[in-house]
Structure formats: C-alpha cells, structure tokens
Design a binder for this molecule. Structure first.
Ligand code: SF4
Length: 256
C-alpha cells in the first residue's frame, strides 16, 4: 500500500494544535478558483509538465512504513508542544485506504492527528476517517449550490450531508471558511452558513482570508479573466464578519 504525497512540511503551526508535521496528499475532486495548493489538483500536473500527474517530479510515493518514519522524526517536538501530524492536500480522503491505515498507525503510536478535508467524499469513508482522527478541520465554502458549482466545479450535496453527519456526532471538529471578496465573503454567503449551523454555535469557526500565495500556480489552471480579481476582506470588513458570527453566539478566530 502506498500514497502519493506532494509535500511534507515540518514545524507547521497552522493546521492544528502545537507543532505539527503537515502531510499534503495528492488529488482533489474540487477545483476551487482560490486554491493555493494547486499541486494537489491533478490538472495542475498536466498543465505544468505536460505529463501524467503521477510522473510529476515533485510527487513522492510513500509506503505506510516510510511515511510513519518521516512523521516520527519530529516526535520530540509534538510531545513538547502538544502537537502531532496533520493530513491535508489536495483532499486526503481521495486516498482513503492509505489515510485510514496511517490514522490507525498514529493512534497506536499515540500521535495526535488532524485531518483537513473539504468534506467531499462518500459518507462511509468520511465517517470512518472522522471516527479515527483526533480533530477534523472541515472546510465549508459556499452553501448556495449553483455558486458552489460555479467556483469549485462540483455540487455540494455530499459536503452538506457529511457536515450534517458530523453535527450529530461527538467528534471534535472546527469549521474553516475561506474568505474571498465577492465570492465567499458576501453577507448572503456568510448568512447561509450561519443559518445552516444555527443550532450548533458550540462549533468553533476559523475564518481564513484569501492569501495570494498560490496565485501564480492557480493562474496556470484557470482562466483568471473569467472571475472577479481574487482578494481578501480588509480589516474593517473582517471585523464585521467576526461580529456577524459572534452575535449569533459563535466563537470565531481569524486564521487557522
Ligand atoms: S478543496 Fe482545497 S485543495 Fe481542493 S481545490 Fe479546493 S482549496 Fe484546493
């Protein structure tokens, strides 16, 4: 058994508690126009290298033992900081069989695990991963299905279904909302999220303002002339957005 991984980042502090190693799984079913990890999307490899995604030189193939060894190199830092390993992407649930096995292995080794997911996965896989991870970061983008299709390339039925499943469980999770002006940071889009979560204000919310870090990569994937120029809300708008959630009883923070 093996997994395709396009990056392993040590000393990460944005993908869960403490000092972490973040493992980026190749592959994503969505094509969000603001994606800053375009290497995770198969089409990027085809456009960048003109070759099949799996022959792209940045990509590495790991066995369960090989990845475990990589992760365990920083165990001393996890122990000191209350950290662990985070599985991100791309969409880590795209390589579910491997992900499930590495989560079991980490549980056995008592390493704290976080899975960062778009929620776009079959329910059976999603529920199994959710039951194994110590913390789930659930990226919630757009509730309006037409807009979700427009900006991510796929409908959100499965995402909402998996979110509803999570809300009924006692599994610890945080909601992460990317904030992009005129797309996800509109009053309408944010009120839709608040309405969906209204009886669940106990769920912590992370607001993630758009960062142009991966713009050069994503411009290779999409015709950027088709979309509004991507930008993050300014400080004043961010304050308004925080208040919008707080007045509805949510605990929000800016950043991951
Ligand atoms: S779900 Fe995440 S990794 Fe996939 S395209 Fe969207 S932003 Fe990129």
């Amino acid at each position: 058994m093996h997994a395709y991984i396009f990056n392993i980042q040590g000393f990460s502090i944005h993908d869960g508690p403490g000092i972490r190693t973040t493992v980026f799984f190749q592959g994503c079913p969505l094509e969000c126009i603001w994606c800053h990890n375009a290497e995770g999307i198969p089409q990027y490899f085809e456009k960048e290298s003109g070759e099949n995604e799996m022959s792209f030189p940045g990509l590495k193939k790991y066995t369960l033992e090989g990845l475990t060894e990589e992760i365990m190199k920083d165990k001393v830092f996890y122990d000191e900081s209350g950290g662990g390993v985070s599985f991100s992407g791309g969409e880590p649930l795209m390589q579910a069989e491997f992900l499930i096995e590495i989560l079991k292995k980490m549980k056995y080794l008592q390493i704290h695990t976080v899975v960062d997911t778009s929620g776009y996965a079959p329910e059976k896989i999603f529920s199994e991963v959710a039951s194994l991870a110590d913390l789930l970061l659930f990226d919630l983008k757009i509730i309006d299905n037409d807009l979700h299709i427009k900006y991510t390339g796929k409908d959100n039925f499965q995402v909402i279904k998996n979110l509803e499943y999570l809300l009924k469980q006692k599994i610890p999770f945080r909601i992460r909302i990317p904030l992009i002006n005129e797309i996800t940071a509109t009053d309408k889009s944010l009120h839709d999220i608040i309405s969906l979560l209204k009886d669940n204000s106990r769920i912590p919310i992370d607001l993630l303002p758009y960062h142009p870090l991966g713009e050069a990569k994503s411009n290779k994937l999409w015709d950027s002339g088709k979309w509004p120029k991507l930008s993050a809300p300014d400080d004043e708008r961010l304050k308004e957005i925080c208040q919008m959630f707080e007045t509805n009883g949510f605990n929000v923070r800016v950043g991951g």
